[in-house]
Unconditional design. Structure first.
Ligand SMILES: [Zn+2]
Ligand SMILES: [Zn+2]
Length: 398
């Protein structure tokens, strides 16, 4: 039985515990208490040295990092991206599909399954499941994804994908033919059901909601607005996905808080309107994370569309300045969100930990520093830089 004690300011779900200590035994959190001077012999003590002890981050929407995209479809790429995100504090990751051929998506699912089966602490972020994101996007909201890989829901296709059992989050644009059937199916499979890359109206969202939709991908990005619907539907002007999410307490959403996608006013507004229990921080980062400036492929290495990493964010190569994914890890999202909202630290961290865990239904096991949960723990500096990452009680080698 191995025991580790971590000392520092503990970030609990609803408060900070100064001079606290976290006791880890057999990979689980055994106790949360005030720090004591003496610990039993042979117990390893880690000290945050004036910094924080926080739960490991959980990323619901992420495409890759360190040169690898999950859609490359190889175990090598999956491991590279998981390790890269581990170094940024993510301990549970939901690899996210892009648009692509059915074969490319099937290869991605297989590669994630293969890695998930044999993951250890040295492999970085653990795969919590796959976010089945592309290919069922609206043709006019494909964004930086390959337009050739976009299509409407195909029952035969998605039944096969879901058969793998690894899909835990399922996205589809609400206005596509077959969307409601897809949502019902995904709900039956106990997924977090979400609408994204969509130009849908309020009634289309309402139909989706009845079929199980409870989340919308990257708020304000590749989704409908009053003005985008004016182009689609004319007048009178229509309520959009934005109004639907803000009006419905059951709906959650996510923000890419890298500092380049959304201004700090928008981040603060999202936090004020939805609250920390309905807003998740996601990276939506591409393979260009932790890579030099230059051109990269979004999605599959073989034929994904090119984009530019300008050192801050991904942009499309057409010169329009349109965004094409982030190039930052969850640690940056947390720092930017903390600065933008001035919210209490536990509430900011909640949006990167407990809230995503609750939305996908894994909060019994991970998402907060609570007795009995898996010891996925971060040691953070005062400025929220990641100093150490502990996955299931074992320190991740850098
Ligand atoms: Zn997207
Ligand atoms: Zn994305």
């Amino acid at each position: 039985m191995t025991t580790t004690v971590i000392r520092g300011t503990l970030v609990l779900p609803d408060r900070l515990l100064e001079k606290g200590q976290l006791v880890i035994r057999n990979g689980r959190i055994a106790a949360i208490e005030k720090a004591r001077a003496a610990v039993p012999k042979g117990v390893e003590v880690l000290d945050a040295e004036g910094g924080y002890v926080a739960p490991g981050y959980i990323d619901l929407h992420v495409h890759g990092g360190d040169g690898a995209d999950f859609m490359d479809g190889t175990a090598d790429s999956v491991l590279t991206a998981c390790r890269a995100h581990g170094r940024h504090g993510t301990t549970t990751i939901f690899p996210t599909t892009t648009t692509g051929t059915p074969e490319q998506i099937a290869a991605m699912l297989r590669a994630c399954q293969e890695v998930q089966k044999s993951q250890s602490a040295s492999d970085g972020a653990r795969i919590g499941g796959v976010h089945f994101y592309g290919p069922y996007f609206a043709p006019d909201k494909v964004g930086c994804h390959s337009p050739d890989g976009q299509r409407s829901p195909d029952v035969e296709e998605y039944h096969q994908h879901f058969e793998t059992g690894i899909i835990r989050i399922a996205t589809c644009a609400a206005e596509l033919p077959g969307a409601v059937e897809f949502y019902r199916f995904a709900r039956k499979k106990k997924c977090l059901v979400t609408c994204g890359h969509s130009n849908s109206t309020w009634p289309e969202m309402e139909a989706g909601f009845k079929a199980g939709v409870r989340h919308v991908d990257h708020f304000w990005c590749a989704m409908s607005s009053v003005s985008s619907l004016k182009k689609r539907c004319g007048t009178p002007m229509q309520a959009s996905m934005e109004e639907f999410v803000l009006a419905m307490p059951e709906m959650s959403t996510e923000v890419i808080a890298d500092g380049y996608h959304l201004s700090s006013e928008l981040l603060r507004f999202a936090y004020q309107m939805k609250g920390s229990a309905r807003l998740c921080l996601v990276t939506d980062s591409s393979r260009a994370m932790d890579m030099p400036e230059g051109q990269y492929r979004f999605g599959p290495e073989r034929d994904g569309p090119w984009f530019i990493n300008d050192g801050q964010v991904g942009r499309t190569i057409d010169g329009s300045g349109a965004l094409a994914s982030s190039v930052a890890g969850m640690d940056q999202m947390v720092r930017v969100m903390a600065a933008a909202t001035k919210a209490p630290l536990w509430d900011v961290i909640r949006m990167a930990t407990l809230t995503p865990a609750e939305r996908v239904g894994i909060s019994k096991d991970v998402g907060s520093l609570e007795k009995g949960k898996r010891a996925d723990v971060l040691i953070l500096s005062k400025r929220l830089q990641v100093r150490e990452v502990i996955v299931g009680g074992t320190a991740m080698p850098w």
